[in-house]
Design a protein around this ligand. Structure first.
Ligand SMILES: [Zn+2]
Length: 426
């Protein structure tokens, strides 16, 4: 009995002493509280700045790739040496989520509210898709829930890391060291991650949040599908349990399963965050010709199908699983249609470019012919030989193919006619 009680008593005494020691550090007056807050804020800012420099170096470095990489490596190594693993992982995660999803999503919402006339011209469905239609209270609720859900992701990740490393004494969820992973390793990890995330999100969204009756399904319909047309923040507007299950879990699971390097995790999270930001944005102008516009249309079709009470479809991110498993919404084209349209558009683009090149070549040839003609005219004027025989001779040299009375050098030369011939069928 004593062997059980004694360790518990020791642990309690240790915890009590620890808390007493910590309590002395707590502020006892308003000025001490102010000083503590300023010190904490300064330390947070000082920690964030090196992170931003690491994230920005590959994008904005003005030097060559090798120099950029060396700077990146040195900055990253300094960060790893000067911060503990948990801080690095969580600060980076929150920064990526804030700068690649939350802040741009809030900025687009502010833009939609501030200049609705401009915004509706950019929205795929015009005025109907403006978030202002939902009213101030609903918009505030969406903003609050989306911000809380993003912060919740960070807290949960921190909790899991603490559980794994401090309680269970296992390895951390992701690797944090001064090495930088090789590009091929990053590429294969990203592909693995996208496949796992896509399959898991599709399965949870389809079977847990839509098909099978449950409280989670009710929450999903009452929260996220209460929004008529999606805009960026709606990607994180769902019941927290649903958000963690359908959005956060599929994203973090591949990183934990394969114990990625934290830089690979940052990159994967950046891709996932930008995808959510753009696919839910509702804007018709997106920085991609084929994938993102199709994904955005299918997301809108998913909201339409639920709102109209039709059979719900388009559960996946990319649309490939919906196409293969026949759950695509009939009102919207599948990913295969997108690929076909893109192929047609590219063919058309190539033809236009070739036609422009041929037209320019024809113009240059015409200029050259005119110069030659002018030169010959000068020679004729100089020599004053208005001889009928010479004209006949010139006609004979042209095998009699030209029209009567037309000088040989006014015919289009052979190369341009071949180039134009290529486009005649078009
Ligand atoms: Zn849904």
């Amino acid at each position: 009995m004593a062997s059980v009680v004694n360790p518990i008593r020791d642990r309690l005494q240790y915890s009590l002493g620890y808390l007493q020691g910590r309590s002395f550090a707590l502020p006892r007056s308003l000025s001490e509280l102010y000083g503590a807050l300023v010190a904490k804020g300064t330390s947070l800012t000082a920690s964030v700045l090196p992170f931003l420099s690491v994230l920005a170096l590959p994008l904005y470095g003005g030097s060559t790739g090798t120099v950029n990489f060396v700077f990146f490596f040195l900055t990253w190594s300094a960060l790893v040496i000067s911060h503990d693993q948990l801080t690095l992982e969580l600060y980076g995660t929150l920064l990526v989520r804030c700068f690649c999803f939350l802040l741009p999503a809030l900025a687009t919402l502010a833009f939609d509210i501030a200049v609705p006339k401009v915004s509706k011209s950019l929205k795929a469905r015009g005025e109907r898709q403006l978030p202002t239609r939902h009213g101030r209270d609903k918009l505030l609720a969406i903003v609050a829930v989306a911000v809380c859900n993003v912060l919740l992701e960070g807290f949960l990740q921190a909790g899991l890391e603490l559980l794994f490393t401090r309680v269970l004494h296992l390895k951390s969820l992701v690797k944090v060291n001064s090495f930088v992973p090789l590009p091929w390793d990053i590429f294969t990890s990203l592909i693995q991650g996208l496949v796992i995330r896509g399959v898991l999100h599709y399965a949870i969204h389809r079977f847990v949040l839509h098909t099978n009756p449950s409280i989670l399904r009710t929450w999903h319909l009452d929260w996220q599908h209460s929004v008529e047309h999606p805009f960026s923040l709606v990607a994180a507007y769902d019941h927290p349990v649903n958000h963690l299950l359908a959005v956060w879990l599929p994203t973090i699971l591949p990183a934990v399963l394969f114990r990625w390097h934290v830089l690979t995790w940052y990159l994967f999270l950046t891709i996932a965050s930008l995808e959510e930001l753009l696919v839910f944005s509702g804007y018709s102008v997106l920085p991609s010709a084929i994938i993102l516009p199709g994904m955005a249309r299918r997301t809108e079709a998913h909201f339409d199908s639920v709102r109209k009470g039709d059979k719900a479809g388009n559960f996946g991110h990319l649309g490939l699983l919906d196409f293969l498993l026949r759950t695509a919404c009939s009102s919207e084209g599948t990913i295969v249609d997108d690929v076909k349209d893109e192929a047609k558009e590219r063919q058309l683009q190539e033809r236009i470019e070739a036609a422009v090149q041929a037209a320019m070549a024809g113009m240059e040839d015409r200029k050259a012919n005119n110069k030659v003609e002018d030169g010959q005219q000068d020679d004729t004027d100089q020599h004053q030989i208005p001889d009928e025989d010479s004209k006949a001779g010139a006609a004979d040299d042209n095998d009699g193919s030209e029209e009567e009375g037309e000088p040989a050098d006014r015919r289009p030369s052979a190369p341009p006619s071949r180039k134009y011939g290529r486009f005649c069928f078009w």
